[in-house]
Design a protein around this ligand. Structure first.
Ligand SMILES: Cc1ncc(COP(=O)(O)O)c(C=O)c1O
Length: 462
């Protein structure tokens, strides 16, 4: 029985897939502070124009420039594995497959967009990138990309992760980047938060404000901001994952997939794997597509679909997305990359439409799933990825109860070799599950009163 399938280097996808072209109910535009749609020019101090054009593109297929293909070929195509040993342990009739994005140099899917963003910035004449990072995966991916391309890189790392995962900082430094804990005294956004709450664990929403501020206040005009998730162009760059997986499933002899699963922080690895399959679903295929989030940050399962800012200092435009409120600071769980108050507009619109059915899982169940995965398949997954593994195990058990041979595909978005502190606490029985209560959500959402509301229109087909 085959265990994994590789593609030849020549089989790497040559185009990215843009779901915006196929969404049954179109995406609603980002809005400025005046409630009017933002124009590309308004984003120019933050992003280079070539990426802004991609952000608003409605083209279904976008050609990947040769220069980016060259960079991606350092580790792509990535293998698709059949999780035979997990299947055996679960005694399930389901066939489980995983796309292994942990083989990238930084250890996750994040370099897929990091090399593309760094490349486009360099083409535009930019010298330095500023960014935020949660668990450190995105910061190290951008540091890696900037080292290859020759850009300076500054990373604001959410303080709790900075403390939990100090070696991520060393990875960033090794690739030549600067990494500081957020909130920091270096920016106005950081100083404001520290003045109110000096002991805050930090959040992605705070770190984004700091990185955007660092970019737009560089008077030389040579710094831009890079985001590791949420935005359309970031999700676009990740679609190489699903496009490769489709070819590889065929090589395994699979004619269809029943369930596609990815963990969802800002939505990029979930989108990267699932969007090419979402296209099939829109055209009639029967596929369950599941974004998985932590119960302590249940954006899709408990948040409303609203217009909200992507960051605490309201520096980003208002995005149409599921959100727990831009001032929401999630509990300090070990899946730092899933501690984001919002969700990508493309993923959010897919949930409104009914194309995606989100699920929330507490962190102890996730770590327990990750332990089983490590002891069967061998890979120690990132705490973020453990959410996908836990959902896969739930679905594989369901298949057993129903006696159905389901084909389940999930994204192994990263390894957890820099996240062993969380595993250590789990082994010692010291990990706490955080259930978020409605009154906490209501308190963060109260700040959004008066903001415009996006339409909840959908076709009603799913
Ligand atoms: C390994 C891994 N998986 C998933 C995520 C969540 O991000 P996204 O939803 O953008 O894929 C992160 C974010 O840091 C991550 O590091």
């Amino acid at each position: 029985m085959q265990t994994k399938v590789f593609l030849k280097e020549s089989e790497i996808p040559k185009q990215w897939y843009n779901l915006a072209a196929d969404l049954p109910t179109p995406l609603q535009p980002p809005l400025g502070p005046d409630g009017k749609p933002v124009s590309p020019d308004m984003l120019a101090p933050v992003f280079p124009m070539n990426l802004i054009e991609q952000e608003v593109s409605q083209n279904r297929w976008i050609t990947i420039p040769e220069g980016i293909l060259d960079l991606l070929l350092r580790w792509r195509p990535t293998p698709l594995h059949r999780a035979r040993f997990l299947e055996k342990a679960l005694d399930t009739p389901a066939r489980i497959y995983y796309k292994n994005e942990s083989v990238s140099p930084a250890g996750s899917h994040k370099p897929n967009t990091a090399v593309a963003q760094a490349w486009y910035n360099k083409q535009f004449g930019i010298k330095k990138l500023a960014t935020e990072t949660g668990a450190g995966q995105w910061g190290s991916a951008l540091a890696f990309a900037c080292a290859l391309i020759g850009l300076e890189c500054k990373v604001f790392m959410v303080r709790i992760s900075f403390e939990q995962k100090p070696l991520r900082k060393v990875m960033m430094q090794t690739w030549g980047a600067t990494c500081i804990p957020s909130p920091s005294p270096e920016t106005k956004a950081g100083r404001d938060v520290l003045a109110k709450n000096p002991d805050t664990p930090g959040s992605l929403g705070i770190a984004i404000s700091e990185a955007v501020e660092a970019a737009v206040t560089d008077t030389t005009g040579q710094t831009r901001y890079a985001l590791g998730s949420v935005l359309n162009h970031v999700l676009l760059h990740q679609t190489v994952i699903g496009l490769e997986a489709k070819k590889q499933l065929k090589l395994f002899g699979e004619k269809k997939v029943d369930i596609v699963i990815g963990c969802a922080g800002g939505g990029s690895n979930f989108a990267g794997l699932s969007f090419p399959f979402t296209n099939d679903k829109i055209h009639g295929a029967k596929i369950e597509i599941i974004p998985v989030e932590p119960t302590s940050c249940p954006t899709l399962t408990k948040g409303p679909f609203i217009y909200d800012h992507g960051d605490i200092a309201k520096m980003t435009p208002l995005l149409p997305m599921y959100s727990l409120g831009h001032s929401f600071v999630p509990a300090a769980i070990h899946a730092g990359g899933l501690r984001y108050h919002g969700m990508a507009p493309l993923v959010s619109q897919g949930v409104v439409e009914g194309l995606f059915k989100p699920m929330a899982i507490p962190q102890n169940e996730c770590f327990s799933a990750a332990m089983l995965f490590a002891r069967t398949e061998g890979i120690i997954v990132a705490p973020e990825t453990s959410h996908a593994v836990a959902a896969v195990i739930r679905k594989a058990k369901e298949a057993k109860e129903e006696g159905k041979e389901k084909v389940i595909l999930f994204n192994l978005s990263g390894h957890g070799l820099m996240d062993l502190y969380g595993y250590d606490l789990f082994v010692q029985g010291k990990l706490v599950d955080h259930e978020l209560h409605q009154d906490e959500i209501d308190a963060a959402l109260a700040e959004l009163k008066g903001l415009p509301r996006p339409s909840l229109a959908k076709t009603g087909k799913w």
